[in-house]
Design a protein around this ligand. Structure first.
Ligand code: HEC
Ligand code: HEC
Ligand code: HEC
Ligand code: HEC
Ligand code: HEC
Length: 305
């Protein structure tokens, strides 16, 4: 009897050693309609860290992307929009509907926050900007480090905004499902479903273009996708955003753009023709004629913003 037990224990340990990652993982559960009121709970619920252990390579790429710093990069303009633009220029109450005019793209999970928490986050942006202006580094760093935990996470793209460009066609995403661009079924410890939208330019364009709010007001934070459709696709360009920004080796979820030297080189062509000649009537003056042509090879206008 004791021997069998011991053997059982050895077998269990053996399997545990071989398949440590296959041990039943804590189920990934996301909120359905419940709004979250606590800052830490909100951060943890949508954090990319929940995916890190099992998708370390993608996580590492995402961490270096501008999507991972979508609030801290915009502190100044957001603080001024929330502290001056809405209450003073437009004389409107600062509620979630107004906040979505920035956050729908910069922090899509804000939909799952209570009004109180959303106001707390706006307060942090204003506090960070005030601290920066007054040169108070300690206060600034404190606000910055809290804000840096808020960004465009894995769940935002693989769930919240996955059908946003075509809601009529696909309806609402199921909160417990992770959407993938892979049509084949995979065995994962979380529910997965095929979303054809992930491979389309429209998926990126919804955020990378003019925003139309529920009250019809337009936010022109950037107009890149308009120039993609009118200045690239309309002229015969055929590549999607993903084909230029994700597929080449070393890009993926880093989504390199204007801050990446490789991308800059790829996007800008330089043609220079230099001719030497002399001119003059009594005296010959040597001179050169330089003709420089800058060619934009990106799939849209550059720079953007
Ligand atoms: C406990 C481990 C684990 C966690 C946590 C986890 N995944 Fe996965 N995931 C897997 C495994 C295993 C697969 C299937 C094999 C594969 O393709 O990697 C998978 C598949 C996927 C796929 C589909 C891949 C394909 O080829 O079709 C996506 C997308 C995905 N996960 C995203 C996420 C996101 C986003 C999170 C966090 C919200 C997450 N996963 C959390 C283990 C995990
Ligand atoms: C339609 C989605 C969308 C909305 C709405 C939106 N933005 Fe943006 N924002 C973007 C995208 C995409 C970029 C990146 C643009 C680029 O690099 O070409 C960006 C970039 C920025 C930047 C520049 C960041 C940097 O790298 O320096 C600031 C600042 C900014 N947004 C502020 C705001 C503010 C303030 C609001 C609200 C009034 C807002 N945005 C609303 C999508 C949006
Ligand atoms: C800005 C949006 C965005 C963010 C943020 C994002 N992804 Fe993706 N991810 C995509 C897109 C788009 C594809 C599909 C690319 C293709 O095949 O065209 C993809 C592909 C994948 C795949 C391969 C399977 C598939 O669906 O094609 C995995 C796995 C994955 N992502 C996991 C993650 C994880 C884990 C994170 C966070 C660390 C993350 N993603 C963050 C947009 C995003
Ligand atoms: C949920 C909205 C959202 C989606 C979806 C999204 N992006 Fe972004 N993206 C942003 C925002 C916001 C920024 C700017 C972050 C910052 O600098 O503050 C950004 C930054 C970038 C940058 C870096 C720009 C730079 O200045 O270097 C690139 C490149 C990029 N996105 C490409 C893509 C591509 C390609 C897709 C589609 C696969 C995509 N994005 C999907 C919102 C989004
Ligand atoms: C033909 C390839 C190509 C296609 C298609 C393409 N891009 Fe780009 N993109 C580039 C290159 C190259 C750069 C870097 C050039 C530069 O910014 O100077 C760039 C730059 C960017 C930037 C940074 C712009 C800035 O100046 O701040 C963003 C954001 C971006 N792309 C998003 C997108 C999105 C979203 C799509 C699809 C709607 C898309 N791109 C389609 C090649 C492409």
């Amino acid at each position: 009897m004791r021997k069998t037990l011991a053997r059982g224990a050895v077998v269990v340990c053996f399997f545990w050693l071989i398949f440590p990652l296959r041990a039943p993982a804590k189920k990934l559960i996301f909120p359905e309609d419940k709004l979250i009121d606590n800052f830490d709970e909100f951060v943890q619920t949508f954090s990319s860290r929940r995916c890190q252990a099992c998708h370390p390579r993608v996580y590492h790429q995402w961490e270096q992307s501008y999507h991972a710093r979508s609030l801290v990069d915009s502190i100044k303009r957001m603080a001024s929009f929330f502290a001056v633009g809405i209450p003073k220029e437009w004389q409107k109450p600062l509620n979630k509907k107004e906040m979505l005019k920035c956050f729908d793209c910069h922090l899509p999970q804000i939909r799952y926050a209570t009004d109180r928490l959303a106001l707390e986050i706006v307060g942090m942006l204003i506090e960070a900007q005030k601290a920066r202006e007054s040169g108070d580094k300690v206060r600034f760093r404190k606000a910055y480090s809290r804000l840096s935990r808020l960004n465009i996470t894995c769940y935002a793209c693989h769930n919240i905004v996955v059908y946003r460009a075509s809601p009529g066609l696909f309806g609402k995403p199921d909160p417990q499902t992770i959407y993938t661009s892979n049509p084949k079924k995979v065995k994962a410890p979380h529910a997965t479903a095929f979303a054809p939208t992930l491979k389309t330019a429209a998926f990126c364009a919804w955020c990378h273009g003019i925003y139309v709010a529920s009250d019809g007001e337009k936010t022109m934070c950037n107009t890149l996708s308009q120039s993609y459709y009118h200045g690239y696709i309309a002229l015969g360009g055929r590549k999607t955003c993903q084909e230029c920004h994700m597929y080449p080796p070393g890009r993926g979820h880093r989504f390199p753009g204007a801050h990446d030297l490789d991308m800059l080189r790829e996007g800008l062509g330089l043609d220079a023709e230099i001719r030497g000649f002399r001119y003059g009537v009594e005296e010959w003056v040597p001179a050169v004629d330089v003709e420089v042509t800058l060619i934009n090879r990106a799939g849209h206008r550059i720079p953007d913003g």
